[in-house]
Design a protein around this ligand. Structure first.
Ligand SMILES: C[S@@+](CC[C@H](N)C(=O)[O-])C[C@H]1O[C@@H](n2cnc3c(N)ncnc32)[C@H](O)[C@@H]1O
Length: 220
């Protein structure tokens, strides 16, 4: 085992974060709608997201990993690398995540195709997923995209599984109509006031009264 001097390690971590932030900003310049934020989320927001995980969450999917702020927090909070799958659309960010988290299944793909990805990777083959953490810019997506992403997500989640989402908006980024249509309930979690901009966390689960039906639609 190689021992690294803590200040040296801290400087290396800081350099790594700065390089990640710069890559993230360049991707935002190329595609502001998809990247949906100028800079990665803060540790405070990561903590608010992690707080909403079900107790003993074993298998977890992260959508829109970016530079890996939530990925790191999930691993630090006991999710085993082999039980974590990250789906990232942007090829450069995907490469960055792969190099930073070698033990994690990092897929370059579209959250719209989550059902197919989960099946292909055999990720939910033995009982389903406990939680999905989403860093996607759900608020700026059409209702059609939201419907497809949530249906695919709930087809992978266990019956009591949670879809955990943050938003910069003042309310749930998914409308009441769509929640009713999909048989979902929402609860507001914490707010990370010091995130830039401040962000609130919402948790979506299946309503007891109505099951979520998968929406099968063609490719974009
Ligand atoms: C707001 S950033 C969040 C990044 C990171 N989770 C964080 O909180 O710092 C949104 C991320 O989702 C990715 N993304 C956008 N649309 C996506 C899609 N349809 N499927 C998978 N990833 C997507 C973007 O490339 C970007 O990395």
């Amino acid at each position: 085992m190689t021992l690294i001097d803590p200040p040296v390690q801290e400087r290396a971590d800081r350099r790594g974060r700065l390089a990640g932030n710069w890559t993230f900003f360049r991707q935002w310049l190329k595609n502001p709608l998809a990247v949906a934020a100028l800079s990665p989320s803060s540790q405070k927001l990561a903590r608010e997201m992690i707080r909403q995980l079900p107790e003993k969450a074993n298998r977890v999917i992260e959508l829109g990993g970016g530079t890996g702020v939530f990925t790191r927090a999930l691993l630090d909070n006991g999710v085993a690398p082999e039980n974590l799958m990250v789906v990232e659309l942007n090829a450069e960010l995907h490469q960055l995540l792969q190099s930073q988290f070698p033990g994690v299944k990092v897929v370059c793909g579209n959250a719209l195709d989550l059902e197919r990805i989960v099946e292909r990777e055999g990720f939910a083959s033995d009982g389903g997923v406990d939680a999905i953490l989403s860093g996607l810019g759900l608020l700026s997506m059409s209702k059609g995209f939201q419907r497809r992403i949530l249906s695919a997500a709930f087809s992978a989640l266990k019956p009591h599984g949670r879809f955990i989402q943050f938003t910069y908006g003042p309310a749930s980024p998914v409308s009441r109509d769509l929640l009713t249509e999909l048989g979902l309930s929402v609860q507001r979690g914490g707010v990370a006031w010091r995130n830039v901009p401040p962000a609130a966390v919402y948790v979506y689960t299946r309503s007891r009264s109505k099951p979520v039906h998968a929406v099968r639609v063609g490719r974009r």
